[in-house]
Design a protein around this ligand. Sequence first.
Ligand SMILES: [Zn+2]
Length: 353
Amino acid sequence: MRAAYISQNGELDCIQVGEVPDPEPAHDEVVIAVRAAALNHLDIWVRKGRPGLELCFPHVLGSDAAGTVVAKGRQVDSVHIGDEVVLNPGLSCGVCEYCLRGEHSECLYYGIIGMNRPGTFAERIAVPAVNVQPAPPHLSYTEAAALPLAYLTAWRMLMSRGNLKGGETVLIHGIGGGVAIAGLQLARLAGAEVIVTSSSEEKLARARGLGASEAINYGTNPDVAAAVKDLTGGRGVDLILDSVGAATWPINFGAIRRGGRIVHCGVTTGARTQADISALYWNHVSVIGSTMGSREEFRQMVRAVGIARLKPVIDSVLPLVDAANAVGRMERGEQFGKIVLDIKGAFTESVAA
Ligand SMILES: [Zn+2]
């Protein structure tokens, strides 16, 4: 089968498209014929290499996918050949203390498809049967493939870890990336008001079109915390969704209300920074970490998207052979929404068709 893979860690030019062996399902796995696969920043981390991460080369990249089940192991009863599914990329052991609590993304052995086993930028992929959910019928394969990692991450950040309530105000940094846009759409779904930031007027305008009530250009207005305070009558926001890291950490303590929650999921601008800790305890601020989500949170997110007929924001759709160009676009931060690889050349076809 064809796939986009790397044979060594490195820069963009190490992404190749070619033939790799077909996957065989284990007894508790299914094989998905991948119709579309979306990109995530994780693809960049995996390609460049991370301390402690040992890849088995050639390593197929990609964590998000939507497609059709075409084979299954002998112990799989819950999923059937022909099912149109969306993939939960989280891998958990199922038996550790955290899995038994239902907190699969806290698993002691947590891994992600595309990082700890072969990924989705391929015509077929074998995955545990517990990792697939029926795709929402109102979505095309392209749209369904855009959901898993970003929308699951944002769902857990807002709903579970952030305990978001309707009527609250959320600040989302760096609108344009997958988790930030997913956060905007899901926060609006929950009845929250959303303030976004970007240095691109075009991205801010598009965020307003998705329901952001206020948009701060940090290029022309670098004191984001003061701007947020102005926009909230001096109070600050209830919740901050931060996938940016070092650049935004100091801003957060000036933009959060007393007793507010700051939820972090990533460090696209770096992991090392400084902060005034007195602003933390004096203002009763909670700083909360979050990664991906549990199986139940994935089910909730996919179901909520289906009930609300929410459409994930797609930046662009490229063929598998353009995988390196697609990753390059993401690496340069040019995208607004998810970049999706069309694996089967049928990305306008409805999942329900
Ligand atoms: Zn576990």
